[in-house]
Design a protein around this ligand. Structure first.
Ligand code: 3H9
Length: 707
């Protein structure tokens, strides 16, 4: 038998084990090996029933996404074909039981649904996450899922991509039994129980498909849900179309329709972009020069300095991951405020049924709020999350140095400042690293891990491991003003403001950005983060300003007039009590007055110009960052933007977007902007020029030198 599949006979039950680590994807050879094993077991007179199970940590996590990517790039290649396997399994005249642990996702779930029975351990997860990849369940999943769980639930599962635990899957009708103890033993016992029962095929379960009125309601609700939670994405809408076909066509014809739709999705730029993001997110943990099993410092206790928005969020992320936290601030008031915010956040989660009260109590008990450094001498990791001021941070690191044990990792949450200057305050710069969390730190997945010039391999490996422990995406970046994310954001923000000074209004710019797919407009983001915050960052770095180079003006004026954003109910927008924004005549007047003062006669600005100036500025800065070695790969920058800055995954991140537009075009526009606005702001990055002239892409550069 193939190495990809093992078969054994256990007292009349053929146990077929998939062995394709790490996640038993249905990669090349697996479907055929499974098909052969099922056919052989069916022929074997000693076999009464079959059990299909995953070897290692999981059932089958789906089709092989590498194969899907190859098919996305070259639709003629056809992609993975598991249809013959599904037919072989469902048509087997002996009962086939699917034994599920870990995850049964995508093609894995589709195979499971073709079986006659499904049993799962309690913590198994099942789902159809294809929408996350810009595709639909294309292996008869949109046809069998509604037959098992009903049309409305099938729509919800495909649109949301949510995974359900075994208990919920049982309630939905997706599995037949939640089992306890050893999965294989329980699955074999179950198989013996049902060995003599006639097999029932999922494809014949048409009972719940024909309620036209209920179906229409479910489809309309699904399309609305898709627009809300996955705006601009086509795959969820296509999945609904395919489910609709299941309700209107016989099984075989429905499958044919599904195949046509699946092919269309796979060939779409959205699928290519989202598959790129899938692999890019996993690629960031492969840090050049850092062995996968590089030694790390054990981290159990974390000392956090600063109980503000960032410190509080980081504290929550730590205790959520089982680490205990010492949370220090300088005044009782600040500490009380911080703890009140954390309590409010957990309470909200309890009220929404996401966190049991007992879990909240346990997590709160793991946060020790304090005014002193008591206990910091035992901390394994100290994260400074104080005010964004070099002076403050230098003073804190001088203090920490005296208290921390020798093997304590010292991290700063600075979003812009020089890590090396901070590390120089200690006698152990090798232990110092940047951990730049994003607000709210308990929710946002991104952490920029900033490598200083002295940061040791072990410290860096520990930072990467900490990000993983906190279930974050840790991207290692170099040390430069604003690191990667903020440095690019400053260019983006700069152009957005210039556009306003030249003739646009904040709401017009934001609308063009959200229409492009950004989660929020840049001015709305600024109001949320706090205009005072960015103002202070600018004050810190005034010495870096080049004389004579144009700088945005309105932002400072908003700050000076006390419009600090949402916290003051006024910033680029005005806000009502529920923080709903609306355009403010005050801002319009301020903007128009500023334009006149700066000598601009305001002009109509097209959405195209907004997109080009904002995002080409970002791409250009990204190319400089790559050339300077501050990010290892263009894909790393894409991950920073899709996980930390609300850049749409279906566009693949800013560098992927640049590739999709075509670097020649991007380069040509940047050269034109350089002529119009000057080289200080728009000189094209040498890397961009090289790639454009060679007809290449950032993705090709990554592939050529994956580091
Ligand atoms: C599908 O099935 C389409 C069908 O409807 C139609 C077919 C015709 N393929 O995430 P991890 C790799 S679409 C290839 O770090 P975890 C991953 O790249 C698919 N590779 O582990 C990584 O490699 P490396 C529907 C895959 O424990 C390694 O495995 N299924 C696949 O944190 C470990 O991954 C999905 O969308 C794959 N399907 O999480 C599920 N899956 O070490 C996608 C993983 O070289 N997968 N790899 O970087 C996941 O959600 C998570 O990987 C999972 C494990 C939860 C399974």
């Amino acid at each position: 038998m193939s190495e990809l599949v093992a078969v054994s006979l256990e007292d009349g039950i053929a146990v077929i084990t998939v062995q394709n680590p790490p996640v038993n994807a249905l990669g090349p050879g697996v479907p055929k090996a499974l098909l052969d094993a099922v056919a052989a077991a069916e022929r074997d007179a000693a076999v009464q029933a079959l059990v299909i199970i995953g070897g290692g940590k999981t059932f089958i996590a789906g089709a092989d996404i590498n194969e899907l990517l190859a098919a996305a790039k070259n639709p003629e290649s056809g992609g993975p074909d598991i249809h013959p396997l599904l037919a072989r399994v469902e048509d087997c005249f002996k009962p086939v039981v699917m034994a599920i642990h870990g995850t049964a996702l995508g093609g894995g779930l589709e195979l499971a649904m073709a079986g006659h029975y499904r049993v799962a351990v309690a913590d198994a997860l099942l789902g159809a996450p294809e929408s996350n990849l810009g595709i639909i369940p294309g292996a008869e999943g949109t046809q069998r899922l509604p037959r098992l769980v009903g049309v409305a639930n099938a729509v919800d599962l495909c649109v949301s991509g949510h995974l359900v635990k075994a208990g919920e899957a049982k309630d939905l009708g997706l599995i037949d039994r939640v089992v306890e103890g050893d999965l294989l033993t329980a699955a074999c016992a179950f198989a013996r129980e049902i060995a003599d029962a006639p097999v029932s095929k999922t494809r014949h379960r048409n009972g719940g498909l024909n309620n036209v009125e209920a179906n229409e309601t479910a489809f309309a609700a699904g399309r609305e849900q898709a627009r809300k939670i996955r705006p601009h994405q086509t795959a969820p809408l296509h999945a609904i179309d395919a489910i609709e076909a299941a309700t209107k066509l016989p099984f075989e014809e429905g499958c044919k329709r599904e195949r046509e739709i699946a092919k269309l999705c796979l060939a779409s730029p959205q699928a290519q972009a989202m598959i790129h993001v899938f692999f890019a997110e996993r690629g960031v943990s492969k840090v050049p020069g850092l062995a996968k099993d590089a030694p790390t410092y054990p981290i159990r206790t974390v000392g956090i300095i600063g109980a503000g928005t960032m410190g509080g969020g980081i504290a929550m992320a730590c205790v959520n991951a089982g680490l205990s936290v010492l949370l220090k601030d300088t005044s009782q008031e600040a500490l009380d405020r911080g703890i009140a915010t954390i309590t409010k956040n957990y309470n909200r989660s309890v009220q929404r049924g996401r966190t049991p009260q007992a879990v909240m109590d346990q997590r709160m008990a793991m946060i020790h709020a304090q005014l002193s450094y008591d206990g910091f001498e035992d901390a394994d990791l100290i994260i400074e999350a104080a005010f964004e001021s070099m002076e403050v941070k230098k003073a804190l690191f001088t203090d920490i140095e005296k208290i921390a044990k020798p093997d304590c990792v010292l991290a700063t949450n600075t979003s812009t400042l020089d890590i090396d200057a901070i590390a120089a305050m200690t006698s152990r710069p090798g232990m110092v690293v940047g951990l730049h969390f994003f607000s709210p730190a308990n929710v946002m997945r991104l952490v920029e891990i900033v490598r200083g010039k002295e940061t040791s391999q072990k410290t860096l490996a520990t930072a990467v491991a900490v990000a993983k422990t906190l279930k974050k995406i840790g991207v290692v970046v170099g040390n430069a003003y604003g690191f990667v994310g903020n440095r690019m954001m400053f260019a983006y923000m700069r152009e957005a403001q210039f556009l306003v000074e030249e003739g646009a209004l904040p709401e017009q710019v934001d609308k063009a950005l959200t229409d492009f797919g950004m989660a929020m407009g840049i001015f709305a983001v600024d109001d949320l983060g706090g205009i005072d915050l960015l103002y202070r960052v600018r004050q810190e770095t005034k010495h870096l300003d080049k004389p004579g180079v144009r700088k945005p003006v309105v932002h400072d004026r908003l700050y000076e007039s006390g419009r600090w954003g949402q916290k003051r109910n006024a910033g680029w927008y005005k806000y009502d009590d529920k923080l709903k924004p609306s355009p403010d005549p005050f801002v319009r007047e301020l903007v128009e007055k500023t334009s006149t003062e700066l000598g601009f006669s305001r002009r109509a600005i097209s959405n195209e110009e907004i997109i080009e100036r904002c995002f080409y500025a970002m791409v250009n800065e990204g190319a400089k960052i790559l050339d300077e070695g501050l990010a290892y790969r263009a894909a790393d920058i894409d991950v920073i933007y899709t996980t930390g800055y609300g850049f749409p995954t279906w566009r693949g991140g800013p560098m992927w977007f640049g590739d999709a537009v075509g670097l020649q075009k991007v380069y040509a526009r940047i050269c034109a902007f350089e002529k119009q606005f000057g080289p200080d702001l728009w000189a094209p990055a040498p890397l961009l020029k090289r790639l454009a002239e060679n007809g290449s892409t950032f993705a090709a550069r990554d592939e050529k030198d994956p580091k």
